[in-house]
Design a protein around this ligand. Structure first.
Ligand code: GTP
Ligand code: MG
Length: 505
């Protein structure tokens, strides 16, 4: 029996695609399909899992996401080569998930920037491998894609037919690349499972507003006035686009703080995102430094580089400009950053009286868990640039922000901020969401327009992907934008469909 190259690998194959003279083309595929153009190869390099047709399908679907006449013709071209984005796409016909590196290269032939993708194939039932190994897959994938780009530039390859004669030459490089992938797989961080489990922690000192924040996310406003200190770690789940997210509300009482440090294997281990709460009106810097240092020590012991989202709470509007509050803010930031080591972090100011501030801060942490968010935002950005829209938010039906893009800084004039847009539209949004889902289940989608001044318009577009309802908010100075959206949005929706399906699953 011949030992196939990919026999013991979770990654079953790879395909390198470009936008060639005839459209998307699968230039190099490895292992080589039986029905492909390349003949006389040893059997270990041939696969029966995929056909040339499967490789072509991956080329078409992945390249199509980067195709936008607008950005390819625009003067922003110099930036395109620097665009390096990873994404995850479904290929149900071949029971495969594609982990794809997306970029552009300058094609001498067509004298323009052209999309390139390198996709790795992972069987659907091993999808959690992608999430567990994502950080370690990126670097070798990026490097290998660069090598392939150099190869097609060197030999001036613009089609699969032109790539075929070169393939035997680069076969050893593919073998080498798959060896690297093999070494990543042999060091799994957690057991291979079918479903992604997401665990997030809400922690901080007592009375910092953790439970209030969680109630606000659930719109459980009526429970806020009678809220008591939490007495024990409490878990609750949230269904986010089909994935169950486990939320742990860890009370800040001193004894419980000590307990979670002692029982870190239960509470901190395998946490995906940590939200750390500090009250801006009462920052208690020394105690916070002490507690957070202990948490960071545990992360270091377990080699967990968890993103930390700082929630600076009770930043209520009426006190937000007070000198002492502003001083507290900058002191908190400086002190916390000084102990953070390599953890990715972000600060948010929130108040339970601004629902957007809470939803936005919470969504940011969730967005970090989506492999498709950067690509989604890249495509959304192309869309708003093309249609002269100033900013846009993509939300799920609970108002969680899935993608957020804004071009304000490139444009002259007076504009509402994304926060303002959301804050103004939120009441309508909630009512509309409610009406749509409860009263008019038959209504499938369409635009609603809100006018805030003679020149400021917000458009809300409701749409559905599989069983999930989404809202796209667009802010524009152009009152005709509604007609543009009616016409153009369905195409855009089709484009992002697959990215939304695997947004977090
Ligand atoms: N003004 C203001 N008060 C807030 C805000 N968020 C929470 N609070 C108040 O702060 C107090 C403590 O809130 P909790 O949510 O119970 O705090 P916690 O962090 O869960 O506290 P423990 O459960 O003891 O750890 C309550 O009286 C809340 O009403 C806010 O954004 N603004
Ligand atoms: Mg609490």
């Amino acid at each position: 029996m011949v030992q196939k190259q990919t026999e013991n690998l979770i990654i079953k194959g790879s395909v390198f695609s470009i936008f060639g003279q005839m459209g998307p083309e699968a230039i190099f595929g490895f292992p080589v399909p039986k029905d492909g153009r390349i003949k006389d190869l040893e059997e270990e390099y041939i696969t029966s899992d995929f056909t040339q047709q499967s490789y072509m399908q991956v080329a078409i679907k992945s390249i199509a996401l980067l195709l936008s006449d607008y950005s390819l013709e625009s003067s922003e071209e110099d930036h395109l080569e620097k665009n390096e984005i990873f994404g995850v796409l479904p290929y149900p016909d071949i029971h495969t998930i594609g982990f794809t590196y997306f970029t552009y290269y300058f094609s001498k032939n067509s004298q323009r920037y052209s999309p390139i993708t390198l996709t790795l194939f992972i069987p659907e039932h091993h999808r959690s491998f992608i999430y567990d190994s994502l950080p370690r897959l990126k670097e070798p994938t990026r490097k290998f894609a660069q090598f392939l780009i150099d190869t097609i530039k060197q030999y001036n390859i613009t089609s699969e037919a032109e790539g075929t004669p070169i393939f035997p030459q680069i076969l050893p490089n593919f073998v080498e690349f798959f060896k690297k992938l093999q070494s990543i797989q042999s060091k799994p961080i957690s057991p291979v499972t079918k479903h992604r489990r997401i665990k997030i922690l809400f922690t901080g000192l007592e009375n910092t507003g953790k439970t209030s924040f969680l109630l606000t996310i659930k719109r459980n406003f009526s429970a806020l006035p009678s809220l008591l200190p939490t007495t024990k770690p409490t878990q609750d789940t949230l269904d986010f686009l089909g994935t169950t997210i486990l939320k742990w509300d860890i009370p800040g009482k001193k004894e419980i703080r000590e307990e979670i440090i002692q029982k870190s294997d239960i509470f901190i281990f395998e946490t995906d995102v940590l939200y750390y709460f500090i009250d801006v009106q009462n920052p208690r810097i020394e105690e916070n430094l002490e507690f957070l240092t202990k948490i960071l020590d545990i992360c270091e012991e377990n080699k967990q580089n968890i993103p930390i989202i700082f929630i600076l709470t009770k930043f209520d509007e009426d006190i937000s400009q007070q000198e002492n509050i502003l001083q507290n803010l900058s002191k908190i930031k400086n002190k916390m950053i000084s102990i953070l080591r390599d953890h990715p972090y972000k600060f948010f100011h929130t108040s339970i009286f601004s629902i957007y501030s809470v939803l936005n801060a919470f969504s940011f942490g969730l967005r970090q868990l989506s492999p498709n968010r950067p690509l989604l935002e890249h495509i959304l950005r192309d869309f708003i640039v093309e249609h002269e829209i100033i900013s846009s938010l993509l939300l799920n039906e609970n108002g969680l922000v899935i993608a957020s893009v804004e071009r304000k800084h490139e444009m002259m004039g007076k504009y509402l901020s994304v926060n303002q847009v959301f804050e103004i539209a939120a009441p309508q949004f909630t009512t509309i969401a409610h009406q749509f889902s409860n009263l008019h289940p038959e209504i499938k989608g369409g635009v609603s327009k809100y006018q805030f001044s003679n020149t400021d318009f917000v458009f809300l577009y409701k749409f559905q992907v599989n069983e999930f309802i989404f809202f796209a908010l667009f802010y524009s100075k152009n009152s005709d934008c509604a007609e543009i959206l009616e016409k153009e949005f369905p195409k855009f929706q089709k484009k992002i469909h697959n990215l939304l399906i695997l947004y977090i699953k």
